[in-house]
Design a protein around this ligand. Sequence first.
Ligand SMILES: [Zn+2]
Length: 271
Amino acid sequence: MPELPEVETTRRGLAPLVIGRRVSAMYVYDRRLRWSVPSTLPKRLTGRKIDAIDRRSKYLLFRSSSDTLLVHFGMTGSLRAFSEAPPRTPHDHVDIVLDSGVTLRYRDPRRFGAILWVPHPADAHPLLAYLGPEPFDPVCDAAYLHAALRSRTAAIKLALMDSHLIVGVGNIYATESLFRARIRPTTPANRVSKARLARLVTEVRETLNEAIAKGGSTLRDYVDSRGEPGYFQLHYYAYGRNGLPCRVCGAAIRQIRQGGRATSYCPRCQR
Ligand SMILES: [Zn+2]
């Protein structure tokens, strides 16, 4: 599943290709994404200049003077740029052609993604309005988390994955950040001290930054490439390592289920 690092890498890869460009055509081959691609979208988008491409949580926002094209990758979506678009395959659902001749192609085998047209101001749209702060936002610090978690008895891992509290921390990054911060994922959120939350914020940022940096080395693949988008495999400490020896202390990594998702942790390092 594309997580924050993949979306951010896509944004960085596309930015030099789309900023300042006009849309010369949009072709929708299959509207049936998570929500139907609006039938009026090609008409609305054609002729528009893209002023900026931003990311909010896992949404890509192509901003024009008054409205915003919102793209979400769902489970399997990707957006790639081609200077000469190859023939479509069955999972290529939308092409956006720019005045430079570059084609942005949206591919999504499972079609859980979204392509929507959002009126100004985009951040007031229901999909965006209730999101918590970005993990890299300075407001998202230990004091903020400490106050927000004061009365929450749910496990810290579940809180960390709650996009109302903080966005973009999926299962992999929550698992790894908690390992690095040495916090047991089942600890009630309101019993994690401010000092440990400070450590956790640092580790969330570092874990995400490492994945983004890995993605950066694959940026060239976003142009003129037919490969599947790469997912940026970190050297995981806990995620997916059930039963294997902890890389720090050698104890067997344990796996439990929390909120329907697998959580791995080291019973010795994380307390
Ligand atoms: Zn350990």
